[in-house]
Design a protein around this ligand. Structure first.
Ligand code: CO8
Length: 265
């Protein structure tokens, strides 16, 4: 079970099977310092291990998700330092932890998600955006390039034309455009964001956990594999799901017109 830790730059809350990580450096627009990314990594790992958690949310404040890497911390770094430490994998814990989590990770975004902040939302499984959300990769304007997936995940999400334009010009995309382009799954009012993200996460956490894992694995397979390989993977996972008691329970409950009582949650 999850053991409470007092973090310096994030808050962690567990309720009804949902673990919520809130980025908490409001004075600097939640800039991603090395401490913050390390702590996000530790928290995701801890929530991933916590039996009682079935879904994870990463969110920021009402006005900003995160305005990117902490430029003050980054500005004096040298190439040998970056290269030897394999930066941004100095902060690898964060990216690795989100990437490897088997539990779904939802990004709930209000305000700016820029640079590393945008990259963090895209590392999550899906993004729920408030009407105020703004996404961008402005690294070009400070003389560098996206370093934690911006040129890759944005391109996969919105296609080459938009990704290329955004990374080259630093143009920021609003929530409407982000939804239209497939970057976010849905837009909600700012004051409903926390509630909608929480209810969505609760719903996911209420389902059979191994089935949720299989769905996440299958969709992710589709991102990289050929359609043929992806379909074969899905078909095998579909058949395998019949080995879970929860599959029998779900179908029996439907036939008996009652709510399923899933064992693996
Ligand atoms: N780093 C450090 N401090 C920041 C950052 C940042 N990225 N963003 C904002 N702040 C600070 C400001 O310096 C300011 O501090 P102070 O009050 O002491 O002057 C405070 O936050 C408030 O910011 P602003 O006054 O600028 O607020 P505005 O509302 O006028 O503007 C913006 C908001 C548009 C978000 C603006 O702050 C901005 O452009 N920020 C920088 C955005 C940016 O360029 N991000 C990309 C950074 S590079 C990057 O992310 C590379 C990723 C590499 C891999 C990831 C590794 C983690």
């Amino acid at each position: 079970n999850y053991e409470t830790v007092n973090y310096e730059t994030i808050l962690v809350d567990i309720k009804e099977g949902v673990g919520t990580i809130t980025l908490n450096r409001p004075k600097v627009m939640n800039a991603l310092s090395q401490t913050l990314t390390r702590e996000v990594g530790e928290a995701v790992d801890a929530l991933e291990k916590a039996e009682e958690v079935g879904c994870i949310i990463i969110t920021g404040g009402d006005k900003v998700f995160a305005a990117g890497a902490d430029i003050n911390e980054m500005k004096d770094l040298t190439f040998p330092q970056l290269y030897m430490a394999d930066f941004p994998y100095i902060q690898r814990d964060c990216w690795r932890a989100i990437d490897e989590a088997r539990k779904p990770v939802i990004a709930a975004v209000a305000g700016f998600a820029l640079g590393g902040g945008c990259e963090m939302t895209m590392a999550c499984d899906f993004i729920i955006a408030a009407e105020s959300a703004k996404f961008g990769q402005p690294e070009v304007s400070i003389g560098t390039i996206p370093g934690a997936g911006g040129t890759q995940r944005l391109t996969k999400a919105v296609g080459k034309a938009k990704a290329m334009e955004m990374c080259l010009s630093g143009r920021v995309m609003d929530a409407e455009e982000a939804e239209r382009s497939g970057l976010v799954s849905r837009i909600v009012a700012v004051d409903e964001l926390a509630d909608v993200a929480f209810k969505t996460a609760c719903k996911i956490a209420s389902y059979s956990r191994p089935v949720v894992y299989m769905i996440k694995e299958s969709v992710n397979m589709g991102v990289d594999a050929s359609l043929r390989d992806g379909l074969a993977f899905e078909r095998r996972n579909f058949a395998s799901s019949f080995a879970f008691e929860d599959c029998k329970e779900g179908m029996t409950a439907f036939a008996e017109k009652r709510k399923p009582d899933f064992k693996h949650r």
